[in-house]
Design a protein around this ligand. Sequence first.
Ligand code: ZN
Length: 130
Amino acid sequence: MSVVRPMVNRDSQFFWDGTKLGELRIQRCNACGAVRFPPGPACQSCDAYDRGHVVAAGTGTVYSYVVHRHPPVPGKELPIVIALIDLVDGVRMVGEVVDVADDEIEIGMPLRVDFNRVDDDLTLPVWRRA
Ligand code: ZN
């Protein structure tokens, strides 16, 4: 199956290791405990480089969204709903919302994460109506 594969690098490896295990991981600073997304080398609160992570509860609400109708996306049937999601854990992340029609999605809708295993190397998080 052809999909858009995410960039995996030193900062995001832990995230993709987590999705393989069915965990939505959020980077957390070991020095001060601040959570951050997207992941990066340094803490934005205290500048420490001591990176850890927590496993998110996996629930959140729609902060905003776009309905993607064009251009085509490899491996996808359009339209797809892409939302900015406020996680209960205190970070905001982008995710694809599945099984919610493009005219049903709304700001504030509660969502929960699910995992779409693409192959041995890649499992993508997706979001469903909670
Ligand atoms: Zn910190």
